[in-house]
Design a protein around this ligand. Structure first.
Ligand SMILES: Cc1cc2nc3c(=O)[nH]c(=O)nc-3n(C[C@H](O)[C@H](O)[C@H](O)COP(=O)(O)OP(=O)(O)OC[C@H]3O[C@@H](n4cnc5c(N)ncnc54)[C@H](O)[C@@H]3O)c2cc1C
Length: 318
């Protein structure tokens, strides 16, 4: 079967694209590890337009039920796409982890981002046993505990804020000479007497037995090796775009984000579109991803129907 479009990813970008292509009666397939996306782990989402407040779980359920209400879209859940290749006839072959190959006239990549790992010994061993990446989800597990947060930007400082109601004390460590989080956020967080700031700290190992007991780091100011006793290490050093499956097919920037045209969300390869956090567009938010997914879907429709995307509104008779 040759689909009109294959959508990779089931977050707000992918689901929005799915709803739009279904309404254009395109023959579509969505391949995704899960539906709901990155914020489905959140306790509450307070800025999803039209909904004052919603839990991450309900947000994911609503995206899924809205998607399943559409006709003509096949869903392959719990599947990871490993590669997207172009055939000589111009169609695209999307291959999953299980070796299945699906063919389509166009592709929308909406695969989001994941947390960048610290890459030190002990990180994998103690993942979920003290090593954490989502303060919104895991802060309550560190009640009355000592915690380290590695990172110096907004996400690190937001993690410290999430931890403060629970942890007895929090140490935030950056590799750089100074923190890069917004000044207002830094001031607010560092004003707490529960917070210690450590600059020029190169994390080297997460130590523990059954669970984390300490973070070992080098103090780059003096070259001394130090050990910070703690029960938790939150890693907040940025995100990696989930673009490995397409990196050889379309242009990506130095950060690994898929480069898109801001009008059409077309990538460098005609017929492949991308939307949401995985792209080089600024601002990672649900509403923004959903909007981009809709544009990518309409562009894919234009491409399949007319061989080009992003006609002006006048051309389209709107
Ligand atoms: C903890 C947390 C809380 C947040 N809270 C908010 C908030 O309150 N408000 C807000 O606006 N934004 C929030 N965000 C940001 C928001 O979640 C993202 O901007 C949004 O989810 C991006 O949507 P997306 O569809 O581009 O990607 P994602 O939501 O990340 O979805 C990516 C999808 O692709 C799938 N996928 C990835 N790789 C593959 C592959 N190889 N094959 C198949 N499927 C794949 C994933 O399983 C997932 O279904 C939060 C983010 C986090 C991490």
């Amino acid at each position: 079967m040759l689909y009109d479009v294959i959508i990779i990813g089931g977050g707000p970008a992918g689901v929005s694209a799915g709803i739009y292509v279904a309404r254009k009666k395109m023959r579509a397939l969505m391949v995704a590890k899960s539906i709901g996306g990155s914020s489905s782990v959140s306790a509450t989402i307070d800025n999803w337009i039209g909904t004052e407040s919603i839990s991450g779980t309900e947000f994911a359920e609503r995206l899924e039920s809205h998607l399943r209400a559409q006709e003509g879209i096949d869903l392959r859940m719990d599947e990871t796409v490993m590669s997207v290749r172009e055939h000589s006839d111009g169609s695209f072959a999307v291959e999953t982890e299980t070796g299945e190959v699906f063919l389509a006239k166009s592709v929308i990549v909406a695969s989001g981002v994941r947390h960048r790992p610290l890459g030190v010994p002990g990180e994998e061993t103690f993942r979920g046993k003290g090593v954490a990446y989502c303060s919104t989800c895991d802060a309550p597990f560190f009640r009355n505990k000592t915690v380290a947060v590695v990172g110096g930007g907004n996400s690190a400082f937001e993690a410290v804020e999430d931890l403060l109601p629970y942890a007895t004390d929090v140490t935030v460590l950056t590799l750089d000479p100074d923190f890069t989080a917004d000044a207002v956020l830094q001031d607010r967080v560092l004003a707490s007497d529960k917070v210690t700031a450590v600059r020029l700290a190169k994390s080297e190992e997460i130590i523990g037995e059954r669970k984390v007991t300490a973070l070992r780091y080098e103090d780059l100011a003096c070259g001394e090796k130090k050990e910070l006793p703690c029960s938790g290490v939150f890693v907040e050093i940025g995100m990696i775009p989930n673009a490995e499956m397409i990196r050889e097919t379309v242009e990506c920037n130095r950060s690994g984000e898929i480069v898109v045209d801001a009008r059409t969300f077309a990538t460098s390869r005609p017929g492949i579109f991308s939307a949401g956090d995985v792209t080089d567009m600024p601002y990672r938010q649900n509403n923004i991803s959903a909007g981009q997914g809709a544009v990518a879907a309409l562009s894919a429709y234009d491409f399949v129907k007319n061989g080009t995307a992003g006609k002006s509104k006048t051309d389209m008779g709107d």
